[in-house]
Design a protein around this ligand. Sequence first.
Ligand code: UDP
Length: 240
Amino acid sequence: MTLPKFKRILLKLSGEVLMGNQPFGIDTDFVASLAAEVKAAKDTGLELCLVIGGGNIFRGMAGAAKGMDRAQADYMGMLATVMNALAMQSALEKLGVDTRVQSAVQMDAVCEPVIRRRAERHLEKGRVVIFAAGVGAPYFTTDSGAALRAAEMQCDALLKGTSVDGVYNADPKQDPAARRYDVIDYDTVLADNLKVMDASAVALCRDNNIPIVVFSIREKGNLARVLAGEGTQTTVRKDI
Ligand code: UDP
């Protein structure tokens, strides 16, 4: 499916893609290759906001399952997203891409707080803005953070770069007959409980009419292909 030409997008990367082929943490070589993809997208003239998850380091639910207080564990997860944001900032700046990190949990010595109007100015100046710490509250995820920032920054689309190449009607790892959707509407995603993003993130995109494009970021060059309408992806939008 050909995508409309976007002017400003929010790219959400799951934390797990930063692991590369490692079982945990940050693979700096792989982050460098992701940064090159981001730079290539930006060089086409796009304004780019980034949100990176934290699942490669810490997920609140995992901590809670081991007996930690959930909110406490979630704050640790948010800190993990800040570490990933800084890793991506470093990789982008090595490639000469100006960036700013804005965190929803204030950390003055490390990065800026989230200030929408300032973020707007950064984008105007051609900087990539990396939003860290999700929405800044426990019991949320970075998917919701991505949907929130896409809405407030008035992005034309939310691109979710993950390990699978779209949205399937069943788990493709478990069911060889699973079928990928090219396009699907928000309400079907929610009603069928399809694993795209959290329900709250999907609902926020639906209510603000922000298309969600789900694609695999693991294949080299895929972000550019998807943006050129040549890649494999699923678009979640209204009126299909
Ligand atoms: N988190 C949170 N509030 C937010 C965003 C993130 O509490 O607004 C915590 C939560 O514990 C989550 C962790 O940070 O599990 C890492 O984020 P996420 O699971 O969304 O990362 P991803 O799955 O995208 O790697």
